[in-house]
Ligand binder design. Structure first.
Ligand SMILES: NC(=O)c1ccc[n+]([C@@H]2O[C@H](COP(=O)([O-])OP(=O)(O)OC[C@H]3O[C@@H](n4cnc5c(N)ncnc54)[C@H](O)[C@@H]3O)[C@@H](O)[C@H]2O)c1
Ligand SMILES: O=C(O)[C@H](O)[C@H](O)COP(=O)(O)O
Length: 373
């Protein structure tokens, strides 16, 4: 059996080698001819899985993406061909939640806010939205969730309208890119909605660039409309509108989900699904491969107040300001955008790090964030 996996997938060889003959490919050089003998195709979001790409893969039996987003895959085509398709929803939900938390602490330090006094509006209450809500809850930060599809499906949580979300201090977007149907998300934040934001409000987009009209945002910001924009994802990646960058508070190269755990969990999820498809017992687990974090334990800083200690801890483990500075220094083309993503430094999730909290008053919050005791 021939298995092709995208080279940006961590531990691809380790997970799949026992299941067949494995070959890594780059999204930059993959062609229909290269994967003509594929039984299995495993990608990340950088490979566009189109009928054209699969046109010679006549014995393809399984396609998987080790990502949460699936907009790069022609799922309808796979269905018409009877080819099973699997994605890795939830693999990087915690990574994105930690990205948003880091954003909150960085902006709180910059603008002298009390982070605990902010209300966060979460659009999309799926894996990422729920993980973010859990993190905010651990810290006692108020949040609201908006998800009309889940609301219609009878989700038991207290889901609110977009109008209520628009009143929040911070709005964080966690929906798939959906072009049509009853709840499309493409340009959900269009010129009209963006114009309703005040100068104090923060808008974070860490889902898909096309959910927020980048041109409209730029036009408003150029006119002095002062909402605070944080972008991890962009229209038309990797060839993004570079003019927008100076108007962002924080900007990164679509790396919100790029912890080692977030990426590798995606590989593990595909491995489990492929084993199931093949009727083989899954015997490998991610914990066999993940390296020990560096450092693997942290002593809580003795800061002037409790919230500073929490802020210092979160920013010690992941400080988005560093990614923002690197991005703004380096990015000047689509190629550079890709380069920054490919060479993203090792980032760990809170769950890889033990915190010695001593008798810190918020020890429970720290463990509820996922840190090890
Ligand atoms: N930047 C990154 O690194 C990164 C990482 C993970 C996911 N993502 C993106 O974020 C998206 C969400 O990820 P997830 O794992 O939570 O997916 P998910 O499928 O678990 O959740 C998405 C939620 O959005 C809701 N939704 C759909 N249309 C909506 C609308 N019009 N208004 C409000 N809610 C709506 C759905 O009902 C669902 O509950 C992914 O599709 C992916 O594109 C980006
Ligand atoms: O959808 C996802 O899971 C994320 O956007 C993910 O981070 C994409 O990662 P990539 O395929 O670009 O490595």
């Amino acid at each position: 059996m021939k298995i092709y996996y995208e080279d940006s997938m961590p531990y691809g060889q380790e997970f799949f080698a026992d299941l067949g003959e494995c070959e890594a490919f780059s999204h930059k050089t993959i062609t229909p001819a290269l994967i003509a003998d594929a039984d299995v195709l495993l990608t990340r979001s950088t490979t566009k899985v189109t009928p054209a790409l699969l046109s010679q893969a006549n014995k393809l039996k399984f396609v998987g993406t080790a990502t949460a987003g699936t907009d790069h895959v022609d799922k309808y085509y796979l269905q018409t061909q009877g080819i099973p398709f699997v994605s890795a929803g939830g693999c990087n939900a915690v990574a994105v939640a930690e990205y948003v938390l880091s954003t909150l602490f960085v902006l709180a330090n910059k603008y002298n806010w009390q982070v605990q006094n902010q209300t966060v509006g979460i659009v999309g209450a799926g894996h990422v939205g729920t993980a973010l809500a859990k993190h905010l809850s651990a810290l006692g930060i108020e949040y609201k969730l908006c998800d009309p599809p889940l609301q219609e499906a009878g989700d038991s949580r207290n889901l609110v309208s977009m109008e209520e979300i628009m009143q929040c201090d911070v709005i964080s977007l966690h929906v798939p890119w959906i072009k049509e149907g009853p709840h499309p998300t493409e340009s959900m934040f269009d010129a009209n909605r963006l114009a309703q934001l005040s100068g104090q409000q923060v808008l974070i987009n860490a889902c898909r660039g096309e959910v927020l009209d980048n041109d409209a945002a730029l036009a408003l910001l150029q006119k002095g409309k002062g909402f605070k924009l944080v972008l991890d994802v962009w229209d038309n990646e990797p060839n993004i509108n570079l003019d927008l960058i100076p108007f962002t508070e924080l900007a990164t190269a679509h790396i919100a989900g790029h912890t080692i755990e977030g990426k590798a969990r995606g590989t593990e999820m595909l491995y489990t699904a492929l084993c199931q498809q093949l009727g083989v017992q899954a015997s490998k687990v991610l914990s066999n491969y993940l390296p020990i974090a560096e450092p693997s334990s942290i002593n809580l800083h003795k800061s002037q107040d409790d919230w500073s200690s929490l802020s210092d801890l979160v920013l010690d483990v992941y400080n988005i300001a560093k990614d923002d500075a690197q991005f703004k220094k380096l990015v000047n083309s689509g190629e550079q955008f890709r380069y920054i993503r490919k060479h993203y430094p090792i980032r760990r999730e809170f769950s890889a790090i033990k915190v010695n909290t001593g008798n810190f008053v918020h020890s429970k919050a720290i463990y509820d964030l996922g840190f090890l005791c």
